[in-house]
Design a protein around this ligand. Structure first.
Ligand code: AMP
Length: 139
């Protein structure tokens, strides 16, 4: 499905609802997140409707990531960001709210600028067992 009538990002691509656009070509659109977590928080999306990271074709993924990288560079050069976080939420359990593949490009101004990704460490993990579990299914 190229276009989902119920998808808010498809409506943005189609121009049915407004967005603060940063970049557009045949395959990729970038615009500002309407609820920014830091100044300049951007979203980069595929124009076609792919529900998430896992369902996006590799060639489109590459194009989206190229635009995300360029926006990150400009956030540092132009907005004075000191770093960036690249975030892809994939599926509801991971916090994905809009089911249309997108990459958050979040400029960071300081570790205390209000955005925080917390890595709570698991206590007991048998790394070789976990590695084998994953490796056994990788090509
Ligand atoms: P996620 O949780 O990764 O699915 O993030 C979806 C993001 O889309 C959130 O950060 C929202 O603030 C953002 N968002 C939702 N609707 C709009 C919109 N109309 N324009 C711009 N950003 C939006």
């Amino acid at each position: 499905m190229d276009y989902d009538v119920n998808c808010i990002f498809c409506k943005i691509v189609n121009g049915d609802i407004p967005s603060a656009k940063l970049f557009e070509d045949d395959d990729v659109l970038a615009f500002l997140d309407v609820n920014p977590v830091t100044y300049g928080h951007a979203l980069v999306i595929s124009k076609k409707h792919y529900p998430n990271f896992l369902s996006c074709p590799k060639d489109i993924m590459n194009k989206v990531m190229n635009v995300a990288q360029r926006i990150g560079q400009v956030q540092i050069e132009q907005l004075g960001a000191k770093g960036i976080n690249i975030l892809i939420n994939c599926k509801e359990a991971a916090g994905q709210e809009v089911s249309h593949f997108h990459v958050h490009v979040i400029p960071r101004y300081a570790a205390t600028d209000g955005f925080k990704l917390e890595f709570k460490k698991l206590k007991e993990v048998n790394l070789p067992v976990v590695a084998e579990e994953i490796k056994s299914k990788l090509n």
